[in-house]
Design a protein around this ligand. Structure first.
Ligand SMILES: [Zn+2]
Length: 646
């Protein structure tokens, strides 16, 4: 139903179920299976090319999803950056033993999530044949099982916690060639899978937020866009589990879920309608495409003209009793016809299709539409058709894919892996992988989890939020409002580190507000605060602590830091004339101003304070703490006035 112009859905009666898979890069020194640094780079690179083949698993079944990807005949080019990739990333050398630092960080997180840590780590291979891994599989190892996270008084179950290698970075995709960079390949990730106990889109957001915060509390994970990725498993009652990959922004999660729930319920409506119209699967898949090229010789459609001029053909196929359903909207901007087009693109590499629910349009006339109906000998009042203009072989392959997808709509929701788009909608990525997806990595021996590793993990185990809040109140005297802001801040670990380090010289309140109030204000002004580095922020706090810059100069320095992320704060302060001055220097300047205004002081007495402060601050603003200036000015005025009275 629609309320106040917004779609209000009763997710409970819809039977919405969501599970999260959170992938977060760990901040280790080296990669998971080699000694290369776990960092992206712009270093020079060498290039090599591969074609990937489906790997037979040890059970002897060829993974279906992998085979399908391979059928597309892709070529993969890899850029191997110097110093950030070696023979392991190139799959020329067996992987080294698993990085213990990564395992210990995952153990610490597992402890905080009340999970049961395994005794022995076994590395497994997960088939991935999109070329994002040179070996054709991704290595993954379960570290812990079970556990839960509490959010707003409710416990959400954790199923598994694993460490795995990040995939290579996709640089470009053109035709059948995909280019990847190997710097990201092998960076350790932690993968946390929650149980399917989320039943509301907003809840999913809250759980993802809580898990992300817990990860950052270790201080051992990377920050910034692309370092955390959420996959969602979404289903509704009578629907199917859809795996949605690559949601990078947390705030997009509820939207993606709402749209997916909507898509599945619309697909179920279509299913019911097809049933009531008596459509059978075999009626759909057995349709024979008809060459209708001759009907389009004089077409005004630009796409068709171009295809025909390069020797392509136009094929049409009947979709029995589908009239009106292909144009049905599943989510904003995406119809059942869009799903058909996704299949044609994936399975046949065809750019697009036309369907009768959207015609006449795109230069295709009413007469041409009627002629197609006649050529197919079908009923324009109940049947629909799809047109594909392409080279013969690809066109027929595309029609086969469309028929297959159309037949699936009689069953309702197909089990698919989909990709999240920027606006919260999704598109078809590939079929959901089959069962034979994982098998043991025989090149890597199992790793025993020792007592020593447990002790190390215990030391970096993040404290619970309740404990932290209490500590912020008691140790740092932060108010509730500021605490609320600090715990939500992505740089929470850095804020904590600096408050602790400088608590004797700079009030923790000043540090906490610098990261929250000041930075947020700058963001509102359009300053790109994410480009300000941790090093710059730390240097700024350090300079404030040593009196080298005034805290009043922070805003200007941060603006400059955002524009010059590689420059130090001290250099920026010097360039901008914001280097602080000493108390003695300030006294000298204040003395001069007082002398110039001695008459006003004597006339106005204590009321001259604001006048003098105004004049002094116009010279000293940003160079020394205003509080210190006020103290000096007050002392000097008091001296003059008391001398006068004597
Ligand atoms: Zn390496």
């Amino acid at each position: 139903m629609v309320k106040d112009g917004e779609l209000v859905v009763d997710y409970k009666s819809l039977g919405l179920t969501v599970g999260l898979e959170i992938h977060q890069q760990l901040a280790t020194k080296t990669k998971l299976f080699c000694g290369c640094p776990a960092e992206l780079t712009d270093n020079e690179y060498g290039v090599f090319e591969r074609r990937l083949r489906p790997t037979r698993s040890e059970i002897g079944e060829v993974d279906i999803a992998a085979l399908f990807e391979w059928k597309k005949g892709r070529v993969y080019e890899y850029q191997a950056p110097i110093g950030h990739s070696c023979l392991v990333e190139a799959d020329e050398e067996p992987p080294h033993p698993i990085n213990k630092e990564a395992v210990i960080i995952a153990m610490a997180i597992a402890k905080a999530l009340n999970s049961w840590i395994v005794d022995e780590i076994h590395v497994m291979r997960k088939v991935v044949i999109d070329g994002s891994n040179t070996s054709g599989f991704q290595r993954t190892a379960i570290v812990a099982l079970g556990g839960y996270i509490s959010v707003a008084g409710k416990n959400y179950s954790i199923e598994t916690i694993a460490v795995e290698e990040d995939a290579a970075r996709k640089i470009s995709e053109k035709g059948l060639k995909t280019i990847y960079k190997l710097d990201r390949l092998g960076i350790p990730l932690i993968e946390i899978s929650t149980g399917p106990d989320i039943h509301d889109p907003k809840e999913a957001y809250e759980v993802a937020l809580a898990v992300g915060r817990l990860l950052r509390l270790t201080g051992k994970v990377k920050r910034g866009l692309g370092t955390i990725r959420q996959d969602l498993n979404v289903s509704i009652k009578n629907g199917a589990i859809t795996e949605i990959k690559g949601v990078q922004r947390l705030d997009l999660i509820p939207k993606v879920i709402v749209y997916e729930a909507l898509r599945q319920s619309r697909l179920l409506e279509i299913k019911n309608e097809l049933k009531s119209r008596g459509v059978k699967k075999e009626d759909v898949v057995n349709q024979v495409p008809v060459d209708v090229t001759s009907l389009f010789r004089k077409s005004n459609s630009r796409i068709i003209k171009r295809v025909l001029s390069t020797g392509g053909k136009v094929y049409a196929v009947r979709l029995p009793k589908f009239k009106g359903l292909i144009g049905k909207e599943l989510m904003p901007g995406r119809r059942l016809g869009t799903e058909f087009a996704d299949y044609a693109r994936f399975w046949a590499g065809v750019g697009g299709i036309f369907h009768s629910d959207e015609l006449p349009n795109y230069g295709i006339s009413k007469d041409e539409v009627n002629n197609v109906y006649k050529a197919l000998k079908i009923n324009p009042n109940s049947d629909a058709f799809v047109l594909v203009a392409e080279k013969e072989k690809r066109a027929l392959k595309a029609i086969e894919a469309v028929l297959r997808r159309a037949a699936m709509s009689i069953d309702g929701v197909p089990a698919e892996t989909r990709a999240a788009l920027e606006d919260g909608t999704t598109k078809y990525l590939r079929p959901r992988p089959g069962k034979a997806r994982m098998y043991p990595e025989t090149d890597i021996p199992p790793l025993d989890i020792t007592e020593e590793m447990h002790d190390k993990a215990e030391k970096i185990k993040p404290e619970t939020l309740e404990v932290k809040i209490k500590r912020f109140k008691e140790d740092y005297r932060l108010g509730d409002e500021l605490i609320e802001k600090v715990i939500k801040n992505v740089r929470l670990d850095l804020i904590e580190k600096l408050m602790e380090k400088y608590k004797k010289v700079v009030s923790p309140k000043i540090i906490a507000s610098l990261f929250t109030v000041t930075l947020k204000g700058l963001k509102r002004e359009g300053v790109d605060i994410d480009s300000i580095s941790d090093e710059q922020l730390e240097e700024l706090v350090d300079m404030i602590a040593r009196g080298k810059v005034a805290k009043e100069a922070a805003e200007d320095l941060l603006k400059a830091a955002s524009a010059n992320p590689s420059k130090g704060i001290e250099d920026l302060a010097k360039e901008m004339g914001l280097m602080g001055i000493s108390k003695e220097e300030a006294e000298g300047i204040i003395d001069i101003i007082i002398k110039e205004n001695i008459e006003s002081i004597l006339n106005r007495g204590e009321r001259s304070m604001s006048l003098i402060m105004g004049k002094v601050m116009s010279k000293l603003r940003g160079k020394i703490d205003g509080k210190i200036v006020a103290e000096i000015v007050k002392r000097k005025i008091d001296d003059i006035l008391s001398n006068k009275s004597h």
